[in-house]
Design a protein. Structure first.
Lengths: 235, 159
């Protein structure tokens, strides 16, 4: 089944095979290669993004902010953010997730020792270090225990009243979702490149997202035509 | 692989001035622990721990290169891996499959798809070069030091 826009290539797994390959992601090495860009990322679309527009509304007109991009470094994102006069921090969150838990290692993600180790590898920053975080879609791949720990850490490293932008698939019955590289095409435009398909650890509806970010000041949703929720979280 | 004790390694630059296009190379079977100061372009395909400085020149970390060091250079190109802070007055290129973990301070940066980077990026625009003052202005603004040296010369002539 072909879907439009960034959801092209998405499928519902029913225990069989998806149109173009196995339901499960291949072994870690392949997934890691994909995450590192070893596999060619297909540029699927450029689309407007209300969430990104909202995010930049808050940081535009100011200078010298510290912005964390959790999607790994891309030329466009670095150029766009540094051209605004901000300092950019980059974390390849999914790569570190894979390195720590394996490409599809949601079972180990509840191990407290592993969670502690993981948080030493990523998001290991001082309290209130960032004025904004581009979380993108990485939180979908975390099991509940790890997700809770990561959200707590995010709350710790962002400055009060600052903003985070996160994406979640709006369909909460999917067994596998594509994972993307998001490139900033402008203050309200995203270029989306699919890197492969990955099993989400959990999917969210509006209520569960409000609960997840319940300790933050506010949560604002934008639903895209591609059935992605773009979420602006105010710390 | 050979291993050297902590030492200061300065590539020989007797072949000519730095502007002659000379370059030094550290092969992939070489490991250096210590400080490297280079007055010419430097290519590192081996292992380096410590500090690397090539302030007026280009530093290239080859595909086999592994640098765990603080790096300062005019220009840095990474094809291998760097673990450490990098300062480049002109630009940094992180090529596909390269890995850089550390904080970057530079005027320009190029990151290819497939590169791995973890750290911060601080873009520092170079200060514009001020035009040299005209000779008349120079004379008018000449510091006392010059006047003193002229007076000393006149005294010598009298002798």
């Amino acid at each position: 089944m072909l879907l439009p826009g960034p959801l092209k290539g998405m499928f519902r797994s029913r225990g069989g095979q998806p149109p173009n390959g196995p339901t499960q992601p291949a072994g870690p090495s392949r997934a890691q290669a994909a995450l590192r860009g070893g596999a060619a990322a297909a540029l699927l679309s450029s689309r407007p993004s209300r969430g990104l527009e909202e995010f930049f509304t808050y940081i535009r007109g100011r200078c010298g902010l510290r912005i964390l991009d959790m999607g790994g470094a891309t030329q466009k994102n670095v150029t766009f953010i540094t051209d605004l006069g901000h300092k950019m921090y980059s974390e390849d969150f999914l790569q570190i997730l894979n390195d720590t838990f394996g490409a599809d290692g949601t079972t180990e993600q509840s191990n407290p020792g592993r969670i502690e180790y993981f948080l030493k590898q990523t998001l290991n920053y001082q309290e209130g270090e960032f004025d904004g975080v581009l979380v993108w879609d990485v939180l979908e791949y975390l099991s509940p225990a790890l997700l809770t720990a990561v959200v707590e850490r995010l709350q710790h490293v962002v400055r009060p009243k600052s903003y985070m932008l996160a994406f979640f698939h709006a369909d909460d019955k999917l067994d596998a979702v594509p994972f993307y590289t998001f490139r900033i095409g402008g203050a309200n435009a995203l270029e989306v490149a699919q890197n492969g398909v990955r099993r989400p650890a959990q999917l969210f509806n509006n209520r569960s997202l409000e609960k997840l970010f319940g300790r933050f000041e506010s949560v604002k949703f934008f639903l895209t035509r591609e059935r992605l929720r773009e979420v602006i979280i105010k710390a | 692989m050979s291993s050297m004790s902590p030492a200061r390694y300065e590539p020989d630059n007797r072949g000519g001035p730095a502007t002659s296009g000379g370059s030094a190379s550290i092969g992939k079977a070489v490991k250096i622990v210590g400080q490297i100061f280079s007055n010419e372009d430097l290519y590192v395909d081996g292992e380096v721990e410590g500090t690397v400085e090539a302030m007026e020149h280009k530093l290239t970390i080859g595909p086999n290169g592994s640098v765990k060091a603080t790096v300062k250079a005019r220009e840095v190109a990474v094809l291998g891996s760097i673990g450490g802070n990098v300062e480049a007055t002109d630009k940094i290129e992180i090529r596909k499959d390269a890995k850089l973990v550390g904080d970057i301070k530079t005027a320009r940066i190029i990151i290819e798809d497939g590169a791995y980077f973890k750290g911060s990026i601080d873009i520092v625009k170079p200060e514009p070069v001020r035009a040299a003052p005209k000779p008349a202005q120079q004379a008018a603004a000449a510091p006392h030091g010059n006047q003193v040296s002229v007076a000393a010369g006149a005294t010598e002539n009298k002798r």
